[in-house]
Structure formats: structure tokens, C-alpha cells
Design a binder for this molecule. Sequence first.
Ligand SMILES: Cc1cc2nc3c(=O)[nH]c(=O)nc-3n(C[C@H](O)[C@H](O)[C@H](O)COP(=O)(O)OP(=O)(O)OC[C@H]3O[C@@H](n4cnc5c(N)ncnc54)[C@H](O)[C@@H]3O)c2cc1C
Length: 399
Amino acid sequence: MDHDLIVCGGGPAGLCTAIGAAEGGADVLLIERSKVFGEPVHDSGGSFSGILEEWDLPERIVARRILGTNLIPPSGEVITIDHTEPLGIILERRELNKELAKKASSLGVRIRIDERVVAPIIDGGSLTGVRSVTSEGVESETTGKVIVDATGVGAVLTRAMGMYPEPVKVQRVLGCQYEMADVDIENRDHIDLIFGNRVAPGAYGWIFPKSGNTAIVGLGIHENRIRDRPLGFFLKRFLETEYVAKAVKDAQPIEYHAGVFPVGPMFKSYVRGNFVSIGDSGCQGSPHLGEGIRFVMYNGRIAGQVIGEMVKEGRDEDDLMRIPKRIKKEVYPNYKLLFNIYKKAITLTDDHWNKVLPVIGRYAQSEKGRQRVYKFFYGSITLREMMGMSKEYAFAFRK
Ligand SMILES: Cc1cc2nc3c(=O)[nH]c(=O)nc-3n(C[C@H](O)[C@H](O)[C@H](O)COP(=O)(O)OP(=O)(O)OC[C@H]3O[C@@H](n4cnc5c(N)ncnc54)[C@H](O)[C@@H]3O)c2cc1C
């Protein structure tokens, strides 16, 4: 075998898998399709500052620290929730991947960029490696003891291995956004989350302030609600809504990004033999707010650690089944709840949003309420805590 581990895809999931495995002493190769780590940008970079300490990442990858959230229902009312701790961050998205790639390199990970993985190599019924091709058409075959698919929503190898559930089982949100200069927002330490079926059917819209007067302004739409209309149609309509129009009246776009987030449910089976699917390729982002980066980084690290231990201690590939067990226990004890929250949210009418969001705002006025709402945003809310909050929602629905 050429390598202990081949990681296909150098997004947050793949890079953290490579880092975890290399820290454990594995010989790792990472193959990334793009010419530049982090490009093209396809998300808005909202995250939490814990990732900086956990991966020893520099402050300069943070475009802005976030101290609170404005929830905007269709009525246009602005409901402000100050966070209990200033832990939200908006990332300089390219810089995160580049810093992780530098870290991987410093741990001895071999990196090949501008090279696309096209297929698995199956030899005598066993997965032994991958076929890849550079943008100049140079083809390679590389062998590895363990193969990780971290190619994001494309899930190139997961599909080729027949492990991608029927598309109809995976709920997907399509998103698009501008990074804009000269965005006029009152409080640049708060993010705006904008709800409503006209504005962002099946998801929500956002204004995420970055450094200076720039901000990410965009929205997601559930794929079933697109109805053959181009994404630009929704983005234009979003920019024209009263709240957003006020913020962007003097703003100009400096970047356009689009992407697809596979919301869930997380695949039941993403490990088979010596193959592991990690990150969006295994539908492993957090479903309730569409926060993928932090979660796939955790999952990647777990996968890398298990692979590193397996290789170092000469265990067989059955050991890889510890990956889903650890992810379930350490990252997602509440996955079902988070997915159910998402499923409920996409059924809400504008009238519901107008009633529910003010209730959350009032709930967050007390210290206990604020902490719970923060845990909700963070994705660590438990069913018991949610039940406490839901009584308040149920009340709002009856009014
Ligand atoms: C519009 C939108 C907004 C979002 N906003 C946020 C947010 O604010 N906060 C948040 O936490 N999450 C957000 N997400 C989700 C987040 O982007 C993903 O969950 C996260 O990027 C998943 O990481 P990943 O490494 O699994 O996949 P990706 O980040 O997609 O990385 C996959 C990598 O694989 C490479 N690749 C693809 N195919 C191949 C191939 N054949 N061979 C080699 N390399 C390949 C790609 O170039 C890429 O580098 C958003 C998603 C969308 C669509």
C-alpha cells in the first residue's frame, strides 16, 4: 500500500480527519480538487470560537466575533437575543481551510491539490485505493489501507460505493449569498436570522457581519420549494425585503457564493470495511440550523484518531466501527432531536413565525432562558431542555 490513509477532499472534514490520523502516527495522503484550499467558498462561515482553541487556529481567521442574534420574523419585528458568552464567530472561510492544511502539512500529511478523485479501485472485491486526475489530465492510481470520502455534498466515493441513500431520503437546502461591501447594520456584533416562507422557504436568510462594513447576505431554500426558479430569483427577492433592503441600500456585491447543504438525516451507515464517509458526504452537519463546519471538524478528528490507532496498533478494519459509535456519543447524543427541530421548522407558516420568535425573545430575557436559547443555537440542547422551551412555543401557537 502507498499510504495508511487516503483522504479524498480537503474541506474541514477531510483536513481534520487527516490531522487526527497524522497525530496518531498514520502515513496520510490528502487529495483536493481545488487549486486553492477553501475555494470556491460555498458557505457563510458562522461558527463558534471553541474551534480556535481546539485546533490551535490563529485569531486572524476570524472576520468578526459575535455577541448576539437578531431574529426577524415575517412581520419585520426585530427580536434581539444577547448571548450568554461572546462565543459566536464569523470565519474568513478560505483562511480556515488554509490554516488546517498548513497544520496537516506540519504533521507530515502528503497533500496533492488540483487533483480530482474520480473512482474507487476495487481489487478482488476489496477497496484498495482511488483513481484521480489532475486538471491537466494526468491520471493516477494510489493505494491505501483506509479510504476516507470527504468530498462534501458530491460524495463522490460514497455514491460509487453504493452507500448514498436514495436522494429522496436526504433533505437538501440550496443556498446562495453575496459578500457585500458597505452594508449598513446597526449592531455589527450581532447576526441577523431572517425567517418566513416568502423570504426563505424551508430555511432562513442571514446577514453575517464581517470585518469593516462587509457582510455576508444570503439565504437557504429547501430544494422542494425552489419549483424550477433560479436561486438568483430568491436572492433578489430577499434583498428587496424591507429589513434587508435597508441594510444593503448602499451596498455592492464583492463575491457571490452558492452551495448545497445536505441537512439530514445522517446516514445510518457511513463506514464499510476500510471505507469511511465523513462530513457532508455522510450528511453529518448539524441539521437544525445548517451548521456544518464545527460538527464535521469534530467528526473528522474522531475518524482520524480511530484510523490512527487502528494503523498504529495493527487492529483490523472492524475497529473503524468505533467511529460512528464515538460520533454518536461525543458529538451527536441529540441528533434525532436536532433533525426533528428542522423538520418541524419547515412546516411553520409565516403566522407561526410571527408568534414563535417573539416568544423565544421573551424566553431569553431571563438568565436561564438565555442560556437555553444559547444551547439551542449551539446545538447542544437536550430533549428535556427543549420540552421546557416548547411549552412556551405551544403557548404561542395557541394564541
Ligand atoms: C449556503 C450555505 C451556507 C452555509 N453556512 C454555514 C455556516 O455559516 N456555518 C457552518 O458551520 N456551516 C455552514 N454551511 C455548511 C458547511 O458549508 C458544510 O457543512 C461544510 O463545509 C462541510 O464540510 P466538508 O469538509 O464535509 O465538505 P466541503 O466543505 O464541501 O469540502 C469538500 C472538499 O472536497 C473537495 N472535493 C470535492 N470533490 C472532490 C473530488 N472528486 N476529489 C477531490 N476533492 C474533491 C472540495 O473541493 C472541497 O474542498 C453552509 C452550507 C451552505 C450550502
